[in-house]
Design a protein. Structure first.
Length: 400
């Protein structure tokens, strides 16, 4: 069976933290064993908002790739690359821009939301409006079937599907497709033609998958039908002509439950994060000084784990036995907060041990990282060139 292709991108924001690990990277590491995966640094997307701080992007990219590798993303399983090294993304973006109604872009909810949030920056730019279209190009150029993203990105995947549909509708048809298809139907013979039309209607008007399947069987069984007629009849069943671009599905990533050291969402800008390659002593210190239940002033005061950010960490890192030890010990003042934090310190350090190990290798020899990316770019580029050949031909700008 055809293996579904997975693709996802991340903007280069620099060093990643535990929130990225539990929210995104752990999922990538799992997916790379299940599907052919493509993961890339969306550096052009970073430029849509950071166009006035160009000095930060390259370093952030390399730091982020090392974090991916440290987290266990495996370049022998997944293809890792940088968006801007694959100019075909830009070509597809440009070609699709010709058929993208402005209103579709203006209606994408992130457009207004982000503009309102980032008031310190002028985001009334052409590039920022086109953000979702660039993302659509990233996805469609690999004919990716599944795109792991968080909930905030779902409208972008929906938008991508609409663009693919519009593209296939405009360019997937040969001239006079409808007429030719009707001619091909006649060649089935009157009985089969009637059956075909009936199944086609049931599928198109009522979305009956079974009708589509039966129609496929009918076509496959029909003898002495030319290949051209057959292909056309397959295409006609689903409404269009050829399917040049594939509509992807979002693979919804569960929101990370990883809280920051203060119980708010973990984020670099809140200063409440533990990064993926953090020095052991710094991790110990951060956790030891973490806020606890404010009601628990003295060691003898009982506390309530529900009101304590440390408990949120136990939910992620501890097994049932430790969790009930915390519940009991906290509520009865049987354990101290430092004692309660020790299993967390141990678990975070243990989780990071292999990461630190892998990162060390790449930090000592940055050329390794460059080679991994060069390999990934080469593989990715081959895939994009195949798609672009079909796209240029369909639009009529292939000159071959
Ligand atoms: N917009 C995505 C984000 O902010 C990043 C991204 C760019 C992406 N292109 C993509 C994600 C293609 C998935 C597929 O997280
Ligand atoms: Fe929080 Fe643990 Fe202290 Fe209770 S004992 S307040 S859960 S750190």
């Amino acid at each position: 069976m055809y293996a579904e292709r997975v693709l996802s991108g991340m903007r280069p924001t620099g060093r990643l933290h535990l929130g990225h690990y539990h929210g995104v990277l752990a999922n990538w590491v799992k997916l790379q064993h299940e599907y052919p995966c493509l993961f890339f640094v969306a550096d052009w997307h970073a430029l849509t908002t950071a166009y006035d701080e160009p000095g930060t992007i390259a370093q952030n990219t390399w730091d982020m790739v090392v974090d991916w590798l440290a987290a266990g993303v495996d370049p022998s399983q997944a293809t890792l690359f940088i968006q801007s090294r694959i100019p075909e993304h830009a070509e597809l973006h440009l070609l699709m821009s010709m058929m993208t109604p402005l209103g579709w872009l203006e209606r994408v909810p992130t457009y207004k939301d982000q503009q309102e949030k980032m008031t310190h920056k002028d985001l009334t730019t052409y590039g920022f409006l086109g953000y979702p279209l660039l993302q659509a190009a990233d996805i469609l150029i690999y004919r990716a079937d599944r795109v792991p993203v968080g909930e905030d990105q779902v409208p972008h995947i929906e938008f991508t599907r609409e663009i693919a549909r519009r593209f296939n509708h405009l360019y997937g048809r040969e001239p006079g497709f409808e007429d030719k298809a009707r001619e091909s139907v006649k060649k089935l013979g009157s009985k089969r033609a009637k059956r075909y039309e009936e199944l086609r209607t049931r599928y198109q008007e009522r979305g009956e998958q079974a009708a589509l399947d039966q129609a496929h069987v009918l076509l496959n069984e029909t003898q002495n039908l030319s290949l051209g007629d057959k292909e056309r009849l397959f295409g006609y069943l689903e409404g269009g002509g050829k399917m040049i671009l594939v509509e992807p599905d979002a693979l919804l990533t569960e929101a990370s439950r990883m809280p920051g050291l203060d119980g708010q969402k973990m984020s670099k800008s809140y200063g409440n994060a533990i990064t993926l390659r953090e020095d052991e002593e710094s991790i110990r210190k951060k956790i030891r000084t973490m806020q606890t239940d404010p009601q628990r002033v003295r060691r003898t005061d009982p506390g309530d784990p529900e009101k304590c950010p440390v408990w949120q960490f136990h939910l992620i890192y501890s097994g049932d036995d430790v969790k009930s030890w915390v519940q009991q010990g906290c509520k009865s003042a049987g354990i101290g907060c430092l004692e309660c934090k020790q299993p967390i310190i141990d678990a975070v350090l243990k989780e990071q041990e292999p990461m630190r190990e892998r990162a060390r290798m790449y930090e000592e020899d940055p050329q390794l990282v460059r080679n991994i990316i060069a390999d990934g770019c080469e593989k990715a580029r081959k895939l994009t060139q195949e798609t672009m050949r079909d796209v240029r031909e369909a639009i009529g700008v292939d000159y071959s």
